[in-house]
Unconditional design. Sequence first.
Lengths: 372, 207
Amino acid sequence: MQLEFLHLSNFKNWINQDINLSCRMLCLCGNNGMGKTNFLDAIYYLCTGQSYFQSQDMLNINHHSDFFRIEGHFERNQTLESIVCTYRKGSRKQLKRNNVLYKRLAGHTGIFPVVAIAPDDMIIVNGHSVERRRFINFMLSNADAAYLNQLIAYQRVLKHRNAYLKDKQLTHSAVDQTLLDTYDVQLIDNGLQIFEKRKEAIKVLASMLMKVHENITDSNSRIELKLESQLTQNDFSHLLIDCRADDIRLGRSTTGIHKDDILIFLDGYELKKFGSQGQKKSILIALKLAQLSFLELYTKQAPLLLLDDLFDKLDRSRGERLLNYICHQLKSQVFITDTHSRRIPEIVHSIGLPLQLLGIDNGKIVKREIIQ
Amino acid sequence: MKFSSPVIDQAVAAFKTLPGIGEKTALRLVLHLLNNDPDDVKRFLTSIGKLITDIQFCKRCHNISSNDLCNICVDIQRNQKQVCVVENIRELMAIENTGQYQGTYHILGGLISPVDGIGPEQLNIDSLINRAREFDIQEIIMALNPTMEGDTTIFYISKRLKGLAIKLTTLARGVAFGGELEYVDDLTLARSLMARLPYDNYLSNQK
Ligand SMILES: [Zn+2]
């Protein structure tokens, strides 16, 4: 799968730009604040219908306009496909594939897989468990449409159950145990399948992670992933019965797969607590690249790879190793941003792949060059 | 928008409370009434007023009715042992329009949805359970929309009915069931009524 053409209108500081993309490797260079990251985010919108940076659609409209429009032409399975994402203030965001409007954004999930790595992603390693659930949910939703539906259903049941418990707590009124029984069955129904799929996915991901990490660092450290879930030790229906009194007292649901976490161990030590900054950075990158391999395995498409500010994370020698891995081991089309205009082209040139260099200044492409 | 007279302001505001009516349409309707023959306007208002004075809800099934019990609940030609549970009156009308159903109804008044402030106690569920007990009901057909809230409501009612010898069925979902019940065409609806499934099957069909 490859993006061959991109059009941006009023997307952040990109007023009106058409660009043909002709290489597997692309480097976007320019000073900070010129629009490199927005360019990557526009591609992310085409693949997912959403911003990578979880910003509101509204905030991505150029200040002087009341809409944005992104159009991309992809080569996918030897067919040319167009994706258009438009958002107008006060209207619903629209996503069209080959001129057909999607009824639900979820319908687009996993068809044009993408993986992005940006400086703020360190939060996946350092942050609260919700960040790692988001990571695994993104991955599994793209790989398995049924997972996405189960997750949506689970979250909806959970929202109702919590709203019900909260209301009963605030009004000090009696709880209808039969209704809680009903919600519990619905939680178990979806929750167990989500749990099993997460468990299985983490096994596959862990072996991919080991291989990638060995490739992009020099170390042969042992990395393990572990799904930490209340469901590992206990039967979900027993958990719900045991926690019911607490749930009623606290006015929320205290047990279930919405409490899951993924723990990362480096040579037996928990990375979040004991890892150095450097170890965390390389494991984060390896984790994202393992995610990419996972998506490729299940979607049968080489996902696009968006690397924002690569050298924020790595010194030159680590960057070279990483690019070597990307060029040789992956089939993905890769978009890399850098403030230096020569650094990445030099490395890719020495690896021997052609690269398209795009010079970016203030929401415009001011230079385009193909380096063979 | 502010209008020259507070009377007009109030009338426009009143029309705006109706579904699908915005400010412009409301003003158009108000001006239309102003230009009409006053007697016509009075007749119009009387017919609306009768909604409050002359219409009540059936004590058994919560259908609109002019008496304590509605026409369907007093009709001895209809199978009074068969109850079709619907969300609201519009869906009752949709099923009546098929002409294929000869049982009675029970209007819930919504689906269980705590996020919207609707728990089981806000709906006509207790009256359904009591009715099932008192009137020796033999079959309850759950004709609710196939949403998560619909599933919750069906499942909840099935739990409340446990222990009673009642056949519980749902509309067949396999029949092209295009989203909301009230928009399904008569033929499709009639077909899914005929091809209804025992509730146990329904659960396992979802998988
Ligand atoms: Zn009645």
